[in-house]
Design a protein around this ligand. Structure first.
Ligand SMILES: [Zn+2]
Length: 119
């Protein structure tokens, strides 16, 4: 099971974030982890669009800024989830940045397409 906790003021945002994390972990066959996502209102709160960290063998923290376009926001969250996947599989090249950057918008668009199918 994947447990998702979202920390933010906005309820609509938290269900979207939960959807994305569960979609990502399901499509990448990631199981038995906990993901806490912290939504930040302003870029200057963390001085970057997104951050992630590993807090234990099975727990991960992600921070994402909400003051960007929805597509960029979703792509940033995907970017951080690629890092989570790298940790889970203990598999990355260099800093892992190149893989995360090359996949973030593809994943964001794939997620929206899967949502459209559900409607
Ligand atoms: Zn990164």
């Amino acid at each position: 099971m994947v447990e998702v906790n979202v920390w933010c003021q906005n309820r609509n945002m938290s269900s979207l974030v939960e959807d994305i994390v569960l979609w990502f972990t399901k499509t990448h066959n990631i199981k038995d982890i906990g993901v806490s996502v912290f939504l930040k209102d302003r870029y200057k709160d963390i001085d970057c669009w997104g951050l992630c960290g590993k807090t234990s063998n099975t727990n991960y923290h992600i921070s994402v800024c909400t003051d960007q376009s929805l597509r960029d926001f979703v792509a940033t969250l995907m970017h951080e989830l690629v890092h989570v996947q790298q940790w889970v599989n203990e598999d990355w090249t260099g800093t892992g940045e190149r893989e995360a950057q090359s996949k973030q918008y593809l994943l964001a668009d794939k997620f929206w397409k899967s949502k459209k199918r559900d409607l």
